[in-house]
Design a protein around this ligand. Structure first.
Ligand code: M6R
Length: 361
């Protein structure tokens, strides 16, 4: 049942090239988008609220970068347990998006009901027959297949895929994304499963680094721009299954507080593909190194060449378009958490105090 893997989490991480190919095939044709006809027309939407918990919340936080970039629609991302007790301003031109693997998370469902009368409801779910799917105006399945490990892995990358397709549609509807740019993003999308396979090739290298990380008491993750939510996801995944205290920060926030934590006992994982923000992130990384911090840099080969010197370790990812980088860089975040937990001997698939589906408040 674990397909030769030691844990469901390992199996589900390894499945990503296949499940992502299925999700991509469902929503993206050879040269365009293929969202259902009842997907909202984004010319009729002037505000989007995205609501979820945990990893699904971090998928929303990533999608905010994409929707704003392509469609210039204001996006607010909220934690379901907060949203449900607020009085969020919702109008007829507000689209509320709920993201949930299980489709049964109590807070997310309550948040949906909180605005169901007022807003258009779109959900992004894995379980198509779930309560959240049933109570939505439109439910987009992520097609990740059953996810058993408590730590969400393939559901996260499939959520990101569906949300990116939606962001591209928003840009297209609003005439802000040229046909040529759309074609090039679509072409990139089709190369993603192959890149994810190559990223999985870093498995052994990451296992070796994780042995060292497993001795730490605290670990920081840094990222900038659309890598910031991925840094948060790396920290969430790590604390969830290895029980090591981990925090993710926007790199630029470092000098506003967290830099005080830096010392050789606190490893710092820097998620930084060689994109337009790379130099900024690297300068934050150098601030860490100047204070004796040990850095694990997750980047591509160009980034490794430019900034690998002086780091403790480099995890090299394949080249990827900047748009798809968050999906690809989720892989090393998952593998770091997985191998650190394995090195510590914790219960990877059933971490203490956690349930796969949180159906109570
Ligand atoms: O089923 P959902 O996507 O609504 O679950 C939300 C969170 O409980 C979930 O993502 C949780 O944070 C994971 N265990 C993280 O790996």
């Amino acid at each position: 049942e674990k397909g030769g893997h030691k844990h469901f989490m390992a199996k589900e991480i390894a499945e990503q090239p296949t499940v992502l190919a299925d999700t991509i095939k469902h929503y993206i044709t050879e040269n365009g988008l293929n969202l259902p006809d009842n997907t909202p027309d984004f010319t009729q939407i002037d505000r989007i609220v995205m609501v979820a918990c945990g990893t699904a919340y971090l998928a929303c936080a990533t999608a905010k970068y994409w929707i704003e970039r392509f469609a210039q629609i204001p996006v607010e991302v909220d934690i379901a347990s907060e949203f449900r007790y607020r009085s969020p301003p919702i109008g007829p031109r507000t689209l509320a998006i709920f993201v949930s693997q299980s489709g049964e998370t109590a807070d997310t469902l309550a948040a949906l009901r909180h605005v169901a009368e007022k807003a258009r409801i779109l959900s992004v779910v894995n379980v198509a027959e779930s309560s959240i799917a049933r109570e939505s105006d439109i439910a987009l399945p992520i097609l990740a297949g059953t996810e058993i490990g408590v730590a969400s892995t393939k559901a996260f990358t499939c959520q990101l895929t569906v949300l990116l397709a939606l962001a591209l549609k928003a840009g297209q509807d609003r005439g802000m994304l040229s046909a040529e740019d759309l074609r090039s993003h679509v072409a990139d999308f089709h190369t993603l499963p192959g890149r994810i396979s190559s990223a999985l090739g870093a498995n052994e290298a990451i296992a070796a680094i994780a042995k060292d990380l497993s001795k730490a008491r605290d670990i920081l993750f840094l990222g900038r721009g659309q890598m910031y939510p991925i840094a948060l996801e790396g920290a969430l995944k790590l604390k969830e299954i290895s029980y090591i205290h981990a925090e993710g920060y926007a790199s630029g926030e470092l000098k506003h507080g967290p830099i005080a934590l830096i010392d050789p006992a606190v490893p710092v994982i820097v998620m930084a593909p060689r994109d337009t923000l790379f130099d900024k992130t690297v300068s934050n990384m150098h601030e860490v190194m100047a204070r004796g911090g040990r850095v694990v840099l997750v980047t591509d080969s160009a980034g490794a060449k430019e900034a690998g010197d002086g780091t403790t370790a480099v995890i090299t990812m394949p080249e990827i378009s900047d748009l798809l980088a968050p999906i690809l860089y989720a892989i090393p975040a998952q593998l770091l958490a997985y191998h650190t937990a394995v090195a510590k001997g914790t219960d990877v698939d059933q971490p203490r105090n956690l349930a796969k589906s949180v159906t109570v408040e």
